[in-house]
Design a protein around this ligand. Structure first.
Ligand code: CA
Length: 238
């Protein structure tokens, strides 16, 4: 496990205990003694995780958490809050500040490290999902751009007039670039199980689609017919 951890804690002995053990566990640690400095360090350092003490000399942990969670830049940085008493924990839970986990002092370092791992893993999964959905939102291949959210296809920036089925066929083929998709598979994915049509339906729609995207539909440069099997979006290996 690695990552940048910011510790916001004013009590020096706890700060040192945390800093020592967390660095030993392989993380890159930075520390802050108060709330306002903590916010500045969070914004400038963009840590992967913040350990935030509730009782701080200037602005308390509640405010720090609220500030970080309402800033677009820092809101996805996970926060583990440290509290001295369980009454404080009740208050935190009641306020629903968006902290990702809470731990009550005195705590065991082993437990804290285990919780850190869980929070970091969860935040990485969220991040990956976000990246994937952003990547999949717009597919760009050669001069085609397929916007999966807006259902728009443009070629060299010019919007193409595709029907919904044509759009879905193109998107499916483009997402599987270089792979042969059978007529049955395409029929199933685009028209669904309830549709009792023939695989010829796929051929007809591919023909229409080619007329719209290919320069010469007798010599298609995008969608290739794989005789007796189905279709594939050509992978030009670039
Ligand atoms: Ca404190």
């Amino acid at each position: 496990m690695s990552g940048k951890i910011l510790i916001i804690e004013d009590e020096l002995n706890i700060q040192e205990l945390l800093s020592f053990n967390i660095s030993n566990a392989g993380y890159n640690v930075s520390v802050s003694n108060n709330g306002s400095d903590g916010i500045i360090k969070a914004l400038s350092g963009m840590p992967d995780l913040i350990i935030l003490d509730l009782m701080l000399p200037d602005i308390d942990g509640f405010e720090v958490c609220k500030t970080l969670k309402s800033d677009i830049k820092t809101k996805s940085i996970p926060i583990i809050m440290l509290t001295a008493k369980s009454e404080e924990l009740d208050k935190i839970l009641g306020l629903e500040l968006g902290a990702d986990d809470y731990i009550t002092k005195p705590f065991s370092i082993r437990e804290l490290l285990a919780r850190m791992k869980v929070v970091l893993r969860r935040s990485k999964v969220d991040e990956d999902e976000k990246n994937n959905s952003e990547e999949n939102a717009i597919i760009k291949i050669d001069d085609l751009e397929i916007d999966c959210e807006k259902f728009i296809v443009t070629q060299n920036g010019v919007p193409l007039d595709l029907t919904l089925k044509e759009f879905e066929l193109l998107k499916l083929l483009a997402l599987n670039k270089g792979k042969v998709l059978t007529r049955d598979y395409l029929l199933d994915k685009v028209w669904g199980y309830e549709y009792s049509g023939e695989t010829r339906t796929v051929d007809v729609h591919i023909r229409h689609l080619r007329r719209k995207i290919e320069k010469d539909d007798n010599y298609p440069q995008y969608i290739e017919t794989v005789r007796g099997v189905g279709y594939k979006f050509k992978d030009k290996g670039v």
